[in-house]
Design a protein around this ligand. Sequence first.
Ligand code: PA5
Length: 434
Amino acid sequence: MATFSIKTNHLDDTIRNAAAGLLDEVLAARQHLIKGDAAGNDFLGWVNLPEEQDTAMLQRLKADVARLTAKSRVMVVVGIGGSYLGARMVIEALQSEFAMVDHGDRPYIVYAGHTLSEDYYGQLLKFLDHEDYCVTVISKSGTTTEPAVAFRIVKAHLEQKYGVAEARSRIVAITDARKGALHDIAVEEGYPMYVIPDNVGGRFSVLTPVGLLPIAMAGYNIDSLLQGARDMRQICLSNNTLDDNPALLYAAVRNALYRKGVKVEMLVSCQPNLRYLAEWWKQLYGESEGKQHKGLLPHSLSITTDLHSMGQYVQDGERLMMETMLRVAKPTEHVAVPSDERNLDGINYLVTKSLTEINDCASEGTMEAHVSGGVPVLEMMVERVDEYTLGQLIYFFEFACGVSGYTLGVNPFDQPGVEAYKKNMFRLLGKPGF
Ligand code: PA5
C-alpha cells in the first residue's frame, strides 16, 4: 500500500526543525477537521466521503454511464472551477495524450462552461456536428454564469441534432438537491440528476458524482479511485507524527517555510499528463488559503519543458519560492532510445538507459540545482499513475489543505474573494439588480 511517500532530505536542518516544531499546531488543526469545531465546519463532508459513498447512487451512476456510453463517442462536461477541474485532472492523468484521435471504445471527454470564449464554442459546435455525443452539466449553485451560458448553447445544438426527446435522454445534471436554476431545469426536463452534498464545497467535490460520473464515462475505475482515497484517509486520520503522516508533514513544511518568508509554492512534475493535477491543486490551495492577505501562491511547472522557459528565474531570480517535486517511479509505457552507428547527435551514451532513467536524472539534477540556488525542495514520490494512486493523491492533498489552512489561521472552506469579479461582470452586462 506504500505507493506514496514524501522525502525531506533536500531540506536543510533549519527547515526540518521548524516543521517539527509545528507538530502540535498541525495536530490541533487536524482535530478541527475531525471534530468540526472551527470556521467552515459546515463544509467538512469531504472528510468522510471515501467511507460514506451511497452504493445505490454509485450503481445508478454506473448504469447511466453504460447507457450513455452505448450511444456516445463524446461526452461534453459542462462546469467550472470545482465543478470541472477534479474530473479533468483524473481523466487527463490516465488517458493517452493522443486520446483525441484514438480513444478506442471509451467516449472522449470535452469540456465547456470553463470559458466564455466565442471562438472556443464555435469550434466546439463544429466538432460536435460530426460526433455522437451526450452532456453532463455540473453546477452546485446551479446559477454560475459560465456553465449556464455553455449549457444553453450545447443544449440547443443537441436538441437540433437529435430532437428534444432524444436530447433529454443524453443529458445528466449534477447539482443541488433542492434549489438553483439548474435543479429547476433538470426537474422540468426530466434529466437524470445527481446531488452535490450541501456540506462538500466545489474544490473538495471530486469524489462526489461531480468527478465520479465523468471519470467513469471516460472508462476509468472509480472503485479503485475511491479505494485509494479510503486508504489514504486512514493514514491521514490515524497517524500522529510527521514521519508517518504525509498530510501533517506537508502542512507543517509549507507553513514553516511560509513563516520564514517563502511566498510561492511551485508544484513541479516530470509527467505532462499531470498538468491538470497541478491545475486542480492550484484551485484547492489558492482558494482555500489565499485570504486575509495571507497564503503561499500556488504555481506549477512541468519539467523538463518549463526548465527551458522558467528555469532561469527559478535558479537565479527573486528568492520567493519553495518547490514540491512530484515524481512517478514507474512508467506505464516503455520506449527505448534507438542506437545509431553514426552517432551524429552524440547521444549514443543514452541507449543503455530507459527514458524514465533519463527523466529521473533530469529531476534529480533539477532538485540539486534548485537546492543549490536557494530553493527549498520537498520531494513526493508516487509509484505509478493509476486510479488507486490518484485516489490517494486526491485525499492526501485535500486533507493536507484543510490542516494547512487552519494552521495558517484562515477558514479553508470559504471563497469570498471569488464574488468580486462576478459583481463587476454583471454590472457591465446590465444584469437586473447590479
Ligand atoms: O470551489 C468552488 O466553490 C468554486 O470553484 C466552484 O466550484 C465554481 O465557482 C463553480 O460553482 P458552481 O458549481 O456553483 O457552478
